[in-house]
Design a protein around this ligand. Structure first.
Ligand code: SF4
Length: 528
């Protein structure tokens, strides 16, 4: 859907001059920061990651939003992160402006556990938490987007003005106009916009049709501090998005479901030529020689081998989040040529039967063959992801996971060369498993299975086990609805530790979860 774009938006022709207001000291270590003269600005947006700076600066959405909005002459987007200290008043990095002074606060939320961080930032900024309490008063509009709220917009709906579901580039002009004029009739017509004040029954996931034709920032803001800081980052170097969406439909996965919607081909790819062009420009502008390749369904990228080959030919280092075991092995050859020691796979479970029932169609034999090839080609270590608590995952399955891990340990002989990260299954709205009932019995079983797995593999692999406690809170936030609002507010008044959650959730989060699931939990929204 296209709306008329008025005089308001012009793409900026050049960087503008430094604001006189006080920047954060962090800025002095950053490159590619936008500074603009506030005199010519008509819309000030704080792009906010509701967690610490170190985590947020590895987030591609922050970098995209920051550059995308700053391309408009009349818009100034600044960044803000959750302050290190709980009760500190948050300010923008660029000009040290209080959040209350912005026209728009745009939060990107990837994890449900960050919901209370959003409320904490609003509270510490003196901004009323509930939307109804901001109607009279000169407060910023609050918009949230990201995977967590796209799956379930209900939990944050009493607090925020707009929830954006989808890909921002598909709606940036119309959305920005709507925000500038505070025109909710206009906003309601924009793809991906969910207005909690008048919730729609269905919504179109805002989707860009052609990734090659879509703007991607090469001038990514980056912290150039010392090596220690760089190593603490989740993702370093120039972040390069290879693809969007995923054509697979793994039953537990949100990405596969969300990006599918009504689309015949939810996965969209950038061409090798385009990616090489972006890589050369991006590494030059961000002054790095390393690229972090990103994409939810990246394992299916059709030109992966050619892409890696051309990055190698141009002497660019790269990292890949994970590789499908049924991929063309020339991908491994290119990874080895890039002098990388580690590869990552996601078997999730240990038996073909369960894996296939989850719609993840790769066999154990394919994983072993892949691992053997990688090891014999010069890859030193392997990272793997496992999930515990999936529907139908009995103790027998944990034994299969142990066997699978032990077979991998035979290939990657040293304990330090086999890293296994285990996560508890968190049901997500919109997925096939959204109605999974998780009670105390299931949670106890998950914990027992985690111990079984840990005991079975701790001698042969480095294990990263999940937190049972936080998984319970995450499930509540993942499948809950507006009725959680008073509890979230109460947690915001505390330090937010797990024990604070226990007190707020009537002393027993598991029982709270059970009671919550006895009520109607069907989400009244269809994402198309
Ligand atoms: S392949 Fe990965 S991104 Fe795609 S649906 Fe499965 S788990 Fe999700």
């Amino acid at each position: 859907m296209q709306l008329l774009i008025g005089e308001f938006l012009n793409i900026a022709s050049k960087r503008t001059i430094r604001s006189k207001q006080k920047s954060s000291s962090i800025i002095k270590n950053e490159i590619n920061v936008y500074f603009k003269s506030l005199r010519s600005i008509q819309l000030r947006i704080a792009v906010i990651f509701p967690n610490k700076y170190r985590i947020g600066m590895s987030n591609l959405a922050i970098k995209i939003l920051y550059s995308l909005w700053n391309r408009f002459d009349q818009v100034y987007a600044e960044r803000a992160f959750l302050p290190e200290e709980s009760f500190t008043i948050p300010k923008s990095l660029e000009t040290g402006t209080l959040l209350q002074k912005f026209n728009v606060l745009a939060f990107t939320v990837q994890f449900e556990l960050d919901y209370t961080n959003i409320l904490r930032m609003l509270k510490n900024s003196g901004i009323p938490l509930f939307r109804k309490d901001r109607i009279h008063g000169n407060y910023p509009l609050i918009i949230v987007g990201g995977t967590a709220v796209s799956a379930n917009p209900l939990v944050l709906s009493p607090f925020v003005d707009i929830i954006f579901i989808g890909e921002i580039e598909a709606a940036i002009n119309d959305l920005t106009e709507g925000l500038f004029y505070r025109d909710f009739e206009l906003l309601a017509k924009v793809d991906g916009v969910y207005l909690p004040s008048s919730p729609p029954k269905e919504i179109i996931y805002a989707r860009i049709p052609d990734l090659n034709a879509t703007y991607f920032p090469t001038n990514q803001v980056r912290n150039t501090s010392d090596k220690n800081w760089q190593e603490m980052q989740v993702l370093g170097g120039f972040l390069l998005q290879v693809s969007r969406g995923c054509n697979r439909g793994c039953k537990f996965c949100l990405i596969g479901k969300l990006t599918r919607g009504g689309a015949n081909n939810p996965m969209r790819e950038r061409s090798v030529e385009k990616l090489l062009e972006l890589s050369l420009e991006g590494t030059n502008k961000t002054r790095v020689d390393k690229i972090s390749l990103i994409g939810s369904g990246i394992g299916d990228y059709s030109e992966m081998s050619n892409l890696l080959k051309s990055l190698n030919e141009n002497k660019l280092k790269f990292s890949i989040p994970s590789i499908r075991a049924d991929t063309d092995y020339s991908v491994i050859d290119e990874v080895v040529k890039n002098k990388q020691n580690t590869i990552t796979i996601a078997p999730e479970v240990g038996s073909d039967d369960l894996r296939f029932s989850l719609a993840k169609r790769i066999t154990n034999s394919q994983f072993y063959e892949f691992a053997n090839y990688a090891k014999s080609s010069g890859i030193r270590s392997m990272k793997m992801y496992y999930i515990i608590g999936l529907p139908g995952q009995l103790d027998d399955e944990i034994n299969h996971m142990i066997d699978f891990g032990k077979k991998m340990a035979v290939i990657f002989r040293q304990k330090r060369d086999l890293n296994i990260t285990v996560g508890y299954f968190i049901p997500k709205r919109q997925t096939s498993f959204s109605q999974s009932f998780i009670d105390g019995k299931q949670i106890d079983q998950n914990e027992k299975q985690a111990k079984l797995l840990s005991n079975g593999l701790k001698k042969v692999a480095s294990l990263h086990m999940p937190s049972k406690n936080w998984s319970i809170i995450q499930i509540i936030l993942s499948i809950g609805d507006e009725s959680l609002a008073p509890y979230l507010v109460k947690v915001t008044e505390t330090s937010g530790h797990f024990q604070d959650w226990v007190k707020v959730l009537k002393g027993d989060p598991v029982r709270f979860l059970e009671e919550m699931q006895k009520m109607e939990l069907v989400i009244p929204l269809e994402i198309k």
